[in-house]
Design a protein around this ligand. Structure first.
Ligand code: NAD
Length: 499
């Protein structure tokens, strides 16, 4: 944890006066339409901030500046070691403002402050440091060729990267996008999600404080269909780095096709299976890990292990353990360090998730842990942990991404059947396997159609892990060296030696 446990987070939250204007060319400015977006705390519906809402022309201005800065080389041609120094300073500033990042994301989207301190803030710092360390490790190639020629291949930045991010890990998703884009020498325009803009703006401020040139990193909060669409359709943007839903992800490819065929990387939704084989290790511990995989961050996680595939032989015993583990997740005040589950991001999303819960009952699933909206705190957008058994793979809760604390438990008859169920999905983001049989673990891992697999654990990892999915969970990878290279393009230079 970044901070000691004795901080009064409510008092600290009350002292915050976050910047809520657009950041373009190193200047804080108002939207040219004067429109603002209200940011509401989903725990108590109080206004956190009124955020300037970028128009199409604001976005065009930000992109034009980013392009100009890219061409003038202040960042793109800066000596690599100087870029390393600035990005490390940027990471250090994120660390020294860690409590502010934590409290702002918690106020805007409701996640427990303890998750911010343990996961999001350290993960964001690590992303920046990892990519800073990679700046001068980007190599080219010089393949052996004919005697009368020299062939070398360079990797160069793409130009302007438009980053569009979701609300579920506001700081960390932004860090995963901007760190590789900046490290590779690109300029950036970041459009955060409507519900969570404040930490994106804080990142922009700290980049300048770290010595980043003005106009290299611009932040334009605004509506997806306006500011996001303008960014993704801009003729001056060379790549869209998108994280969000599969539905909006599809639009990114359309925008690209309709404009300049810009590259698109898309980290999209999931419906990830957690497979418990009959010889899973210690069932209580396994259940605790499986529960964290579906209830952590209120289930608002792309890799949420929302399909729980349990061997018939241990089904009832495992469900008892899982039910107990679910008790560890109680909705509460997200600014209380002891809280393990906060409210969902907003009222509309709460309604949507509760709709899945009532729909599951209508489709014949049985609730062993019944989720509700906690009528005792009607102002909070709570949905408590929910677990359904008697689920079949054709039911809506087994197919669609719910993005809330709702787990669907399906029985399987052994590794082959578990694989069949696991792969029966339009998504292919991640999966977990619990077993003590080495061969089964590796065979199932090999045959799963998804981008990430965890064995006897869930959602652990570091910056070396290529983060991304197969099928309708997207293309491209966050974290890892690949993410950096995806922000570059190759140039082949062929030299005729005896010309
Ligand atoms: P979303 O798709 O609604 O929004 C994502 C971003 O796209 C936001 O900034 C939004 O303003 C913008 N947007 C919306 N409509 C747009 C449009 N027409 N044109 C351009 N931009 C537009 O997603 P969300 O609700 O913010 O986030 C939840 C989703 O994100 C879930 O599906 C989740 O699985 C996914 N996600 C995926 C990963 C991953 O790594 N695969 C990580 C986190 C979240």
């Amino acid at each position: 944890m970044l901070d000691t446990n004795d901080k009064d987070w409510h008092s600290f939250a009350a002292t915050q006066t976050p910047e809520a204007r657009l950041l373009i060319d190193g200047e804080w400015c108002r939207s040219d339409t004067g429109e603002t977006l209200p940011s509401l705390n989903p725990f108590n519906q109080q206004l956190v901030a009124s955020i300037e809402c970028a128009s199409v022309s604001d976005v065009t201005r930000a992109v034009t500046v980013a392009r100009k800065r890219f061409e003038d080389g202040a960042w793109s041609r800066m000596p690599p070691r100087d870029r390393v120094r600035i990005l490390h300073r940027f990471a250090n500033l994120i660390e020294s403002c860690g409590d502010t990042f934590a409290v702002l994301d918690t106020l805007e989207m409701g996640k427990p402050i303890s998750e911010m301190l343990n996961i999001d803030v350290p993960g964001s710092i690590l992303a920046m440091r990892f990519m800073a360390e990679c700046v001068d490790k980007i190599g080219g190639d010089c393949p052996v060729t004919a005697n009368d020629a020299l062939h070398y291949i360079q990797r160069q930045p793409l130009g302007v990267i438009g980053c569009i991010t979701p609300w579920n890990y506001p700081t960390m998703m932004a860090a995963w996008k901007i760190a590789p884009a900046l490290a590779a020498g690109n300029s950036v325009v970041l459009k955060p999600a409507e519900d969570t803009s404040l930490t994106a703006l804080l990142l922009g401020k700290l980049f300048l404080e770290a010595g980043g040139p003005e106009g290299v990193f611009n932040v334009v909060p605004g509506r997806g269909a306006v500011a996001g669409a303008a960014l993704a359709q801009s003729m001056q943007v060379d790549k869209i780095a998108f994280t969000g839903s599969t539905g909006v992800g599809r639009l990114m490819y359309e925008y690209s096709a309709r404009s300049n065929l810009k590259k698109v990387s898309a980290e999209l939704g999931g419906k990830s299976p957690q497979i418990i084989l009959k010889d899973a290790p210690d069932l209580a511990k396994t259940a605790a890990s499986v529960a964290a995989g579906i209830f952590g961050n209120q289930g608002e996680v792309c890799t949420a292990g929302s399909r729980i595939l349990v061997a018939r032989e241990i089904h009832d015993e495992f469900c008892d353990h899982l039910t107990k583990a679910a008790e560890g997740f109680r909705p509460g005040d997200p600014l209380d360090l002891k809280t393990t589950m906060g409210p969902l991001v907003n009222r509309a999303h709460q309604k949507r998730v509760l709709g899945y819960v009532s729909g599951a009952v209508e489709e014949g699933a049985s609730a062993i842990v019944s989720g509700s909206s906690h009528t005792a705190s009607p102002e909070a957008c709570f949905v408590s942990p929910t677990l359904f058994t008697d689920v079949s793979s054709d039911m809506t809760i087994a197919k669609e991404e719910i993005f809330g604390p709702v787990g669907a438990i399906l029985k399987h008859e052994g590794p082959d059947h578990a694989l069949e169920l696991a792969n029966d999905s339009a998504y292919g983001l991640a999966a977990g396997i619990w077993t003590q049989t080495l061969g089964d673990a590796h065979k199932v891992a090999r045959d799963l159609n998804c981008g990430m697999v965890w064995i006897n654990g869930y959602m652990n990892g570091d910056m070396t892990q290529p983060w991304g999915g197969w099928k309708e969970s997207g293309q491209g990878r966050d974290k890892c060296m690949d993410a950096l290279l995806e922000n570059t393009q190759t140039k082949s230079v062929w030299v005729t030696l005896d010309g």
